[in-house]
Design a protein around this ligand. Structure first.
Ligand code: NAD
Ligand code: UD1
Length: 342
């Protein structure tokens, strides 16, 4: 079976490519490297000792998508490619809508043209907005609070419409909670450009000495220790969720929706403690005001994925922290080589 992975050089995409290759899928990656680099794919091949096909191409350029479908008989597409920084999406919404929506429309048109109608789409728990209760099931009401979230919500709706118009499509909407961690080898991991927006990369850059201290955004939430609670999920567990989704897609289910989370919530202070334990480093932090737009807590009911896909997250908070640290320590500058090793 041949799988096209858009955004396959990125954080979640590269970990998914590893698991696909391990399961003997043929893998074709399309990525424009706007938020990644080719080195991640070299390392995917190093970890697995297998080859993948790779195209440096932009989803905003339809002929380059055609080129991939002409070269390969694709069975299913896993669509990770997109821009994902919430704050940036508020300042430059048109760029986000153009990249995420137009890019997806171009991909769908090519899939339609080449009669490839099996798709796994990277959605996000952000489509639940500010949920009224927890844990969050797939039936909760949906809303968007920023252009990034709205781009996910709109794509989910477009995909539902597409299926209504043509029942040959099989589409899985996977709503990720908070992916963290790295491959256990420490070869691939999250490599944010510039100052990290998300908690775990920020903490690990403090631990390795790249940043002086973490700002903890608020300690007055209605949570056990007053800091924000999230459902952190190891990126390898998340990658395996995609592998488990592929056989389901091939059973012609139409549109299916799954939360990919652990079902457990951890606070910011618990994550700091976890990384201190894994790294043996003291993490300096200061409590600041809440970050605008943040919610107090967010965690999944992931029982539907367990029941229907036979998938559940198995890695612990200790695993997430240990692997985050291993990656950060081995690659303090991410995929960029330290000076002198070019
Ligand atoms: P990432 O930025 O590491 O990976 C996305 C990849 O897509 C990058 O390699 C980038 O170069 C590529 N890309 C972007 N626009 C492209 C275009 N027009 N054409 C070709 N390639 C393009 O992000 P990630 O964390 O791996 O996230 C993958 C997907 O999962 C995204 O759609 C994201 O919105 C979604 N998601 C991520 C998280 C998270 O916390 N990481 C949570 C929920 C959902
Ligand atoms: C963010 C996005 C969300 C996206 C999710 C996964 C925002 C507002 N939301 O969610 O849309 O789906 O990532 O990619 O960006 N924190 C700190 N200090 C920091 C960074 C974070 O205290 O420097 C806290 C936050 O307040 C939050 C928790 O850590 O309580 C997790 O934050 P983060 O990693 O940014 O993820 P989310 O806010 O869940």
């Amino acid at each position: 079976m041949k799988i096209l992975v858009t955004g396959g050089a990125g954080y979640i995409g590269s970990h998914t490519c590893v698991e696909l290759l391990k399961e003997n899928y043929d893998v074709v990656v399309l990525d424009n490297f706007s938020n990644s680099c080719e080195e991640s794919l070299n390392r995917v091949q190093k970890i697995t000792d297998k080859k993948l096909s790779f195209y440096k191409a932009d989803l905003l350029d339809p002929p380059s998508i055609d080129h991939v479908f002409e070269d390969h008989k694709i069975d299913a597409v896993i669509h990770f490619a997109g821009l994902k920084a919430v704050g940036e999406s508020v300042s430059i919404p048109l760029k986000y809508y153009h990249n995420n929506l137009t890019g997806t429309f171009n991909l769908l048109s090519a899939m339609d043209k080449y009669t490839v109608k099996n798709l796994v789409f990277s959605s996000s728990a952000t489509v639940y907005g500010d949920p009224a209760s927890f844990p969050i099931t797939e039936k909760f009401p949906l809303s968007a609070t920023n252009p990034y979230g709205r781009s996910k919500l709109v794509i989910e709706e477009v995909l539902q419409d597409l299926y209504k118009s043509d029942k040959d499509w099989n589409i899985a909407l996977l709503r990720y909670f908070n992916p963290v961690g790295a491959h256990e080898s420490g070869e691939i991991g999250e490599d944010p450009q510039g100052l990290p927006n998300n908690l775990m990369p920020y903490i690990s850059q403090v631990a390795v000495g790249l940043l002086p201290r973490l700002k903890v955004f608020g300690k007055d939430y209605n949570t056990p220790d007053g800091t924000g609670v999230r459902d952190y999920i190891h990126v390898t567990d998340l990658a395996l969720g995609h592998i488990q989704t592929l056989p389901k897609l091939l059973s012609n289910p139409g549109v299916v929706i799954y939360n990919l989370g652990t079902g457990n919530g951890f606070s910011v202070l618990e994550m700091i403690k976890g990384l201190e334990k894994a790294s043996g480093q003291k993490i300096s932090y200061q409590i600041t005001d809440r970050r605008p737009g943040d919610i107090a807590a967010c965690f999944a009911d992931a029982t539907k994925a367990k029941k229907e896909l036979g998938w559940e997250a198995t890695k612990s908070l200790d695993d997430m922290c240990k692997d985050t640290w291993n990656w950060q320590k081995k690659n303090p500058q991410g995929y960029r080589k330290p000076a002198g090793e070019q």
